[in-house]
Design a binder for this molecule. Structure first.
Ligand code: BTN
Length: 249
């Protein structure tokens, strides 16, 4: 049954394959945007670059669906806007924790991944393109043995938080910030993201970087460009834009 938070219609399912897949189906069935989907568990949750997203009960699996009033080329900026929204929702719950944004689409808590964001575009019944912002937040559990260590709200705070409340708070924040982004542009979100970015100014390694020898590059994390590229400082003052890859120290 859809329920209403302050702004966004929320469809809740006890269990589903993927909230992003359900968003695609609802768009094709004529559901009007914006709307959101949240599920208690996912059987086929997906992450970026074809990876699976472990989706145990007790965590948040959420998709926000909208048709941004802006040219399609700048929609990827909304993954950074979404990361800021996630940090803002988590901060009151985790006031002692160090929450950071990790390029391109992760949120870290005390140096471990607590949330991931997956942007996808999808057609509606009229053939128009819509944006699906899929967000997974580890509330009560997190996977072990990941290439990048993970954590959860419970692991960091021992607090028990309900996914439904978090979903409603996130929907309100996203709706508000997407409206601001449409009206005022990316500049203030870019700065807010940089202010809480992990590894900024530090020497980083980017693995699985497209076009790099062995897929690996090292340099200084200098900046974030408006198109979402990470600017990597190399020797001889060269600056290389990075469009995809996995960042670590
Ligand atoms: C990543 O870090 O690779 C992104 C993970 C995104 C996971 C969320 S969970 C809700 C939504 N439905 C999915 O199948 N994936 C996203």
């Amino acid at each position: 049954m859809p329920s209403n938070s302050a702004f966004t219609r929320l469809h809740y399912y006890d269990s589903i394959d993927s909230t992003n897949s359900e968003a695609q189906r609802l768009l094709l069935s004529g559901e009007a945007v914006p709307f959101a989907i949240s599920a208690g568990a996912q059987s086929a949750g997906r992450g970026r670059q074809g990876r699976a997203w472990q989706s145990a009960e007790g965590n948040l699996f959420y998709s926000f669906v909208c048709k941004p009033d802006a040219v399609l080329q700048i929609w990827p900026q909304l993954s950074f806007v979404a990361a800021i929204a996630v940090c803002e929702v988590l901060r009151p719950i985790m006031s002692q924790a160090n929450l950071q944004c990790k390029w391109p689409n992760d949120v870290l808590c005390n140096d471990k991944k607590i949330a991931g964001i997956l942007l996808e575009t999808s057609p509606d019944r009229a053939g128009a393109t819509n944006l699906i912002i899929g967000i997974g937040i580890n509330i009560s559990s997190h996977p072990d043995g990941m290439a990048y260590p993970a954590t959860s709200i419970f692991a960091e705070t021992r607090k028990t938080i309900g996914p439904k409340q978090l979903a409603e708070d996130l929907g309100d924040k996203l709706q508000f910030h997407i409206g601001r982004w449409q009206k005022d542009g990316f500049a203030l979100f870019r700065q807010a993201w940089l202010d809480q970015a992990a590894f900024r100014g530090q020497k980083i390694t980017v693995s699985e970087a497209a076009g790099a020898p062995n897929g690996q590059l090292s340099g200084i994390f200098l900046d974030l460009r408006d198109d979402g590229a990470l600017l990597l400082g190399l020797e001889e003052n060269k600056v290389l834009p990075i469009f995809s890859g996995i960042v670590g120290l």
